[in-house]
Design a protein around this ligand. Structure first.
Ligand code: AMP
Length: 140
């Protein structure tokens, strides 16, 4: 099994602007955009700008700055969406549930009694995703 970073992965292409994404946050350290197959309304991904396959591949000096961005975006996701709670997920390697091999944290706002959809269950509605992104941008 290869643990090498593949620069042709989908998120690397999003970072280079070769594929579109619905962005909610960007600076020199991280990019946050909406998941196209959301497990719930407001499902957002935060990726570091450095090439890192999984959490253990992130250079030590980037861990702090990246996690700070994850927390900043998490607050905006919860606030902007009016979430009662927030689920934070991060998967490593196929056996750990990882599908895209560029490090990312999932941020999913939660409400009492509403379960998460299964991973990859359906493409999200584009207008709904854009409406959530607008709320999240207003949550910063
Ligand atoms: P993981 O299992 O942690 O690797 O999750 C990868 C996530 O990326 C899944 O939730 C997918 O729905 C999401 N995803 C895949 N392709 C794209 C894309 N082009 N734009 C946004 N999200 C994507």
């Amino acid at each position: 099994m290869s643990t090498i970073y593949d620069p042709q992965n989908i998120f690397a292409k999003i970072l280079r602007g070769e594929l579109p994404s619905t962005k909610v946050f960007e600076d020199d350290v991280a990019l946050a955009f909406m998941d196209i197959m959301p497990r719930g309304p407001g499902h957002t991904l935060v990726i570091p700008k450095v090439p890192a396959r999984g959490f253990l591949d992130l250079p030590k000096d980037v861990v702090g700055p990246y996690m700070e961005r994850v927390q900043t975006v998490a607050a905006a996701v919860k606030r902007g969406m009016g979430g009662e709670g927030l689920t934070v997920l991060q998967f490593n390697e196929s056996c750990g549930g990882q599908v895209v091999f560029h490090l990312h944290f999932h941020l999913i706002p939660r409400w009492e009694g509403i379960a998460l959809k299964a991973p990859g269950s359906a493409m999200g509605d584009r207008a709904e995703i854009e409406a959530c992104a607008a709320k999240i941008r207003a949550g910063f």
